[in-house]
Write a protein that binds this ligand. Structure first.
Ligand SMILES: [Zn+2]
Length: 314
């Protein structure tokens, strides 16, 4: 494993875990640069031939959970009748590990129907070009993800954040299939219902399989949400609508793109929705806010010459 263009200035110093995170991390900046060696040695020492599947739901395997080790963002393998697909692939350098797991699970590599991008953020899709060439399959994404993925756009994918001295490669990849809200992706007899859930990015997709929503970067078990950042197309109003849609659905389980699976609970969802809605009238996310009421108050106070009670004026 190489560290590639990893810049140590962006590491949290002193962190010794397998998973390293870039300082100031959001969901999109997770890195797993120490993961590969340890995982490969584990895989080959203890399981030379086959792995026993550890499904999280019928027909769904999450590859980090399967590995017993967090290698990166959640990668869902959905399968039925010998056919399978992946939802996200993560960073390029963990592609070999994930494919090795799939091989040892005895899924024929030639039966990969497609590689699906939940959205166009580097931590989910940097490895698509490499995985596509190994598996000789297609890539599927929302129309809004097509240009950044096909051009390898380092800004929209957040692969490059100059102010944080962060620059990752973003290999371009061609998109063969575009999917949008209401489309159905079939895998054997399984049906994945496509939800377009913009907010985190304008290309964010989620996929319903029965009672489960593979929910992308909409919300995590601790109530955090995917990073709000104008550069990759965040929209706070859209985010609220997407979260409300998830809350109001009869989906029972949310299987996010980072971290553990959790129950879809209206009270839990409301706490996050209220917080996110509040951002519309706060300065916290700059141009993504609707208004900043303090500035209206400031207009009035400037016009009236008002200063706080108790302020000693020299
Ligand atoms: Zn993201």
């Amino acid at each position: 494993m190489t560290t590639g263009n990893w810049n140590p200035a962006t590491e949290i110093t002193g962190q010794t875990g397998r998973q390293r995170r870039i300082a100031g991390s959001s969901d999109c900046y997770f890195a797993t640069y120490n993961a590969c060696h340890s995982f490969r040695s584990l895989l080959f020492k203890t399981t030379p031939h086959m792995l026993t599947p550890k499904p999280i739901f019928p027909g769904v395997i999450e590859l980090n959970f399967q590995a017993g080790e967090v290698l990166g963002c959640n990668v869902y393998l959905v399968h039925d009748a010998g056919e399978w697909l992946l939802i996200d692939i993560g960073y390029e350098e963990t592609v070999d590990d994930f494919i090795e797991i799939i091989r040892q699970l005895d899924f024929p590599l030639s039966r990969c129907k497609t590689l699906v991008a939940t959205h166009a953020d580097v931590d989910h899709i940097q490895g698509l070009a490499k995985a596509k060439s190994i598996l000789k399959t297609s890539v599927t994404a929302h129309p809004n993800a097509v240009e950044p993925l096909q051009t390898g756009d380092t800004l929209i994918t957040l692969a490059e954040i100059t102010a944080q001295n962060l620059k990752l490669e973003m290999p371009p990849v061609q998109i063969e299939h575009q999917v949008n809200d209401g489309d159905i992706i079939t895998v054997g007899s399984l049906e994945l219902e496509v939800w377009h859930t913009p907010g985190h990015t304008n290309s964010q997709l989620a996929f319903r399989i029965g009672d489960v929503l593979l929910s992308g970067d909409n919300i995590y078990r601790d109530g955090c949400i995917g990073a709000i950042d104008a550069h990759h197309g965040s929209d706070i109003k859209d985010f609220v609508r997407s979260l409300e849609r998830i809350r109001d659905s009869d989906v029972k389980w949310l299987a996010p793109s980072h971290g553990p699976i959790f129950a879809n609970n209206p009270e839990f969802m409301n706490r996050t929705i209220d917080r996110v809605r509040g951002y519309l009238k706060m300065a916290d996310f700059g141009t993504l806010a609707d208004s900043w009421p303090l500035m209206d108050q400031w207009d009035d106070e400037v016009a009236a010459g008002t200063l706080p009670e108790g302020l000693d004026r020299l």
